[in-house]
Design a binder for this molecule. Structure first.
Ligand SMILES: Nc1nc2c(ncn2[C@@H]2O[C@H](COP(=O)(O)OP(=O)(O)O)[C@@H](O)[C@H]2O)c(=O)[nH]1
Ligand SMILES: [Mg+2]
Length: 460
């Protein structure tokens, strides 16, 4: 670990703005001494004598001036979030009072913490690995039950444990290979060949499963993009509002009201989604509308699921998106709307639409919107009906490293089968270990680590 740190940092851990309480966090060697310069405990004790990890009532006082009535908590390292001495001050939640106290802390020798710097210290001090560090940030950003569920597994160290087990298995193989290099006459690799191959196959299967899990993991973290599209006036915005249970999108009888795309995040039966409402697609001379339609097309291209809405009372099936755009890989759920006006579609559903799943609803009916939610859930969760596994990769960084590990592992298997010699085999196995180490942060380059932590919240 080349990153150096030995100073004391401070930052506001709570969100800016007015609130009941704000928390200011200080971490590092001098945090208790700095806090003592500002804090007068109600029990008259100096800060270094306060009970560990309990709240003490008192006042923030600068010279003769009393600034705020607060609670203060001392958490001595290594049993703290950063594994350093940490002090948290719970003051009143006004921006002025919070930043004033923070300024006094900085004037007394602390440095303002950068984004994610507390978590970075927890990581560098070996209290958590990189997957758990990432999980602490993801838990803040989680938008749904599933997202939370997935990230809590990671925070508990399940992914870390899985990667560690795989690394142990590879280290076991590597130890045999190294023994073969040191004592060539014993030929340890050849005599354990079958067992090594079996282990390699098992590791490979597990890596493949993890790599596959990344697709779901990333979607759960970022949200599935669901685009509402169709002709004007078919009820797209009404459906969006129904799914959101609020009137974000303007619903209007005049066609062409939604001229731009509108994106809203929500959770559908626990699945995090971004719902994107688009302008109705049709021939138009109106320049603004044309632009809106262009934007609708670009949203459609990025969708994970398209809800193609048809007005059953006034149906039109002339547009088959997959035929005009290269999006045949994106699933389309046909939403036949306005069931209250017309029980069945006034026109038969043409052949080329029949392979799509479909649902008949009235956007005015809450029960129908619930059924639509269920359909969307089933569409996304597929046959498995369960998206979250105990151990999943949840971001592209983890996935890329797992793919590199898989490539090196395959190479080492080829080397073993081709009997190219223990030295080459050892190189491939070491590469596999390095790639796996990147997932948990043991071999991750410093610039990558800095980038990861710089994307964290301030004060985290
Ligand atoms: N009767 C009925 N009217 C609907 C239904 N869905 C939408 N509408 C109405 O159809 C009109 C157009 O709806 P809107 O959501 O703006 O359509 P968009 O252009 O596709 O976004 C509005 O007057 C809605 O109230 C429905 O299921 N039944
Ligand atoms: Mg609309």
């Amino acid at each position: 670990m080349a990153l150096e740190f030995n100073d004391t940092i401070a930052g506001i851990a709570t969100a800016p703005g007015e609130a009941g309480v704000s928390v200011i966090r200080i971490s590092g060697e001098d945090s208790i001494a700095i806090a003592d310069k500002l804090f007068k405990a109600g029990n008259q004790k100096t800060t270094d004598r306060l009970e560990n990890r309990s709240l003490t009532y008192g006042w923030i006082t600068i010279g003769n001036q009393t600034l705020d009535e607060v609670l203060l908590c001392v958490m001595r390292g290594p049993y703290s979030f950063t594994a350093e001495d940490v002090v948290e001050i719970h003051c009143h939640g006004g921006s002025y009072i919070t930043s004033t106290i923070l300024n006094h802390i900085l004037n007394n020798g602390a440095r303002l913490a950068g984004p994610g710097e507390f978590t970075q210290r927890a990581f560098l001090n070996g209290r958590i690995d990189l997957t758990r560090a990432e999980a602490t940030n993801d838990i803040i950003r989680a938008q749904s039950d599933l997202g939370l569920n997935m990230v809590v597994n990671q925070l508990k160290g399940k992914l870390y444990a899985k990667i560690s087990t795989i690394k142990e298995d590879i280290s076991w193989i590597l130890a045999l290979v190294n023994a073969g290099i040191d004592f060539p006459e014993e030929d340890t690799v050849f005599s354990n060949r079958d067992e090594i191959l079996e282990k390699m196959d098992n590791i490979s299967k597990e890596l493949q499963r993890l790599i596959r899990s990344a697709e779901t993991g990333i979607k759960i973290r970022e949200g599935y993009k669901i685009v509402l599209a169709g002709k004007p006036n078919v009820g797209k915005s009404k459906i969006l509002n129904g799914l959101l249970e609020e009137s974000r999108s303007i619903v209007n009888q005049q066609p062409g009201t939604t001229r731009d795309t509108i994106e809203e995040s929500c959770s559908i039966l626990g699945i995090p989604v971004s719902l994107i409402d688009t302008a109705g697609i049709h021939e138009t001379a109106d320049e603004i509308e044309k632009e809106g339609i262009e934007r609708a097309f670009s949203a459609i291209k990025k969708a994970d699921l398209i809800l193609w809405v048809i007005d059953m009372n006034n149906p039109s099936f002339e547009i088959k998106l997959a035929e005009i755009m290269d999006i045949s890989h994106i699933p389309v759920l046909l939403v036949l709307n306005k069931k209250d006006l017309c029980e069945t579609c006034r026109e038969p559903i043409p052949e080329q639409w029949r392979e799509n799943k479909r649902i008949r609803i009235s956007a005015l009916d809450k029960g129908d919107i619930d059924r639509l939610r269920k359909s969307i859930f089933e569409f996304i969760s597929g046959k498995k009906g369960r998206l979250v596994e105990d151990t999943m990769l949840t971001n592209l960084r983890q996935k890329t490293s797992a793919e590199n590990a898989q490539i090196s592992l395959e190479k080492s298997k080829d080397s073993l089968l081709a009997e190219v010699g223990d030295e080459l085999l050892a190189i491939d196995l070491n590469q596999t270990l390095i790639a796996l180490g990147e997932i948990v942060g043991e071999t991750t380059p410093d610039d990558m680590l800095n980038k990861i932590f710089s994307e964290f919240c301030i004060g985290k």
